[in-house]
Design a protein. Structure first.
Length: 385
C-alpha cells in the first residue's frame, strides 16, 4: 500500500514536470515563430532594398547578397559571389594604395564613403558605401554589413555640369576679349581720328596767333588763346578716355613697359606712397591674352591702395612661379579682416574685387586675397602656364 502511494506521488511529480516542459516548449516554439517572422521580414527587407546589400563574415567573405547588389555589379547569380572576399569588388591594382577599402571588414569603422568599384565586365564606376557591424546576442561582432549606392548618374551630372561651366567660362572669356577689341577700336578712333584733328586745329590756331600782329588782334569776345586752351584740354581729355579704354603703350611697347608706366603715373598722383616694382619675366613669356587682364587688375589694385590702404609702400611683382604666372600687389597699409569680408555674401561688391575676381577667373586664373588689420593687404592673381 505504501509502495502504491509512492508511485502515485512520483506520477504526480512527473506530470507537473511534464507540464512545465510543455509550457517551456510552447514558449520556445512561440519565440522561435516570432524570430522566424522577424528574420523573414529582415530577409524580405534586404532583398527588396533599392540599395545593394552584402553581409560578410569577419574576414570579409560574402555570406549574403541581395538582388539590387547583383544588378549594380552586373552579376546574374548570387553563387558567383558567395564565399568571395568583398575586397575583390574594387579594382585590384588600387587595393594596396586604397587602404580605405578595408573599411568593409574593419570592425572599428562604421561610416559612409565613396569608392571606385568594379563591374563584373571590368568597367569601373563610383559607389557610395555604408558600413556597419553585425553582432550576436552576446554583443560579439560576427560580421559586417555594407550597403552600396551606384553614383554613376551623380558622377555624369557633375561631369556634365563641369563641362557646361567650362563652356560658360569660355564664352565669357570670348565676350571679354570681344569687349577689349571694341575698346581698342574706339580708343584707336579717338586717338587717330578726333585726337589727330584736334591736334591739327591746335597747331593751326597757334600758327595763326604767331602770325597775327597787334593791329589784327581780336578786341572782343573769346580770344584765340582761349580757343587753343580749350582745344588743348579736349586733346588731353581724349587721350585720357583713349588710355582708359585701351592704353596705346600696351599695343606698342608691351605689358612690362605698361606696368612701369602705370606705376610711374600712380607715383605722380600719390607722391606719399612709394611704388616698388619687381618684374622677373620677359615680354615673350607672357601670353598675349593675359596682358590686358594684368593691366586691368593692376590698375584696380593700385586704385584700391590709393583709396583705402593708407600705405607707405606698395610692391608690385610679376614673376614665373611653380604655379605659373603670378601678379602680386602688396601694401603695408592698415589692412582689414579678410576672413570677415570673405564670409559675407556681397564681399566681391566692395573695392573693385568683383571686377578683379571675374577677370582673373574668366581668363583661367585664380584670385587670392590676403589681409589682416594693421598688417597690410596682398592681392594675388595666378595663371597656370
Amino acid at each position: 500500500m505504501k509502495d502504491e502511494k509512492k508511485t502515485k506521488k512520483q506520477l504526480f511529480d512527473e506530470l507537473l514536470e511534464y507540464r512545465e516542459k510543455v509550457s517551456k516548449l510552447e514558449k520556445i516554439k512561440a519565440e522561435s515563430h516570432r524570430l522566424k517572422t522577424i528574420l523573414s521580414l529582415a530577409f524580405d527587407a534586404l532583398n527588396s532594398s533599392a540599395n545593394g546589400v552584402i553581409l560578410t563574415d569577419r574576414r570579409g567573405r560574402m555570406l549574403f547578397v541581395n538582388p539590387a547588389f547583383l544588378k549594380i555589379f552586373g552579376y546574374d547569380e548570387k553563387e558567383e559571389l558567395l564565399g568571395k572576399n568583398a575586397v575583390d569588388l574594387f579594382p585590384t591594382e588600387k587595393i594596396k594604395r586604397f587602404a580605405d577599402v578595408k573599411a568593409i571588414i574593419d570592425e572599428k569603422r562604421g561610416e559612409t564613403q565613396e569608392f571606385i568599384a568594379q563591374h563584373k565586365d571590368g568597367k569601373k564606376f563610383p559607389v557610395e558605401v555604408s558600413f556597419s557591424n553585425i553582432s550576436n546576442h552576446k554583443g560579439k561582432i560576427v560580421g559586417r554589413m555594407a550597403s552600396f549606392i551606384d553614383r554613376s548618374d551623380k558622377y555624369r551630372f557633375k561631369k556634365g555640369l563641369k563641362k557646361e561651366k567650362n563652356k560658360v567660362r569660355i564664352l565669357s572669356s570670348k565676350l571679354m576679349e570681344a569687349e577689349e577689341k571694341q575698346k581698342r577700336l574706339i580708343a584707336s578712333e579717338l586717338h587717330d581720328g578726333i585726337g589727330a584733328n584736334l591736334t591739327a586745329i591746335k597747331f593751326a590756331l597757334e600758327e595763326k596767333i604767331s602770325s597775327m600782329n597787334e593791329e589784327n588782334e581780336i578786341k572782343s569776345g573769346i580770344s584765340i588763346e582761349q580757343i587753343v586752351s580749350m582745344v588743348r584740354d579736349t586733346i588731353e581729355e581724349t587721350h585720357r578716355i583713349s588710355s582708359d579704354l585701351r592704353p596705346s603703350i600696351l599695343d606698342h611697347m608691351g605689358i612690362i613697359a605698361t606696368i612701369h608706366s602705370v606705376c610711374r603715373e600712380f607715383q605722380e598722383v600719390q607722391s606719399t606712397i612709394q611704388i616698388e616694382t619687381m618684374i622677373d619675366m620677359e615680354e615673350e613669356e607672357i601670353p598675349e591674352s593675359l596682358k590686358i587682364v594684368i593691366y586691368r587688375v593692376l590698375q584696380e589694385a593700385l586704385n584700391n591702395a590709393l583709396k583705402h590702404s593708407q600705405a607707405d609702400t606698395v610692391r608690385v611683382s610679376l614673376r614665373n612661379t611653380v604655379k605659373g604666372l603670378e601678379l602680386s600687389v602688396k601694401d603695408d597699409g592698415i589692412g582689414f579682416d579678410a576672413e570677415e569680408l570673405l564670409s559675407k555674401d556681397d564681399w566681391m561688391e566692395g573695392m573693385g574685387l568683383s571686377s578683379m575676381h571675374e577677370r582673373i577667373e574668366l581668363s583661367g586664373g585664380f584670385f587670392n586675397l590676403l589681409s589682416q588689420k594693421g598688417k597690410g593687404t596682398v592681392i594675388q592673381a595666378n595663371w597656370p602656364l
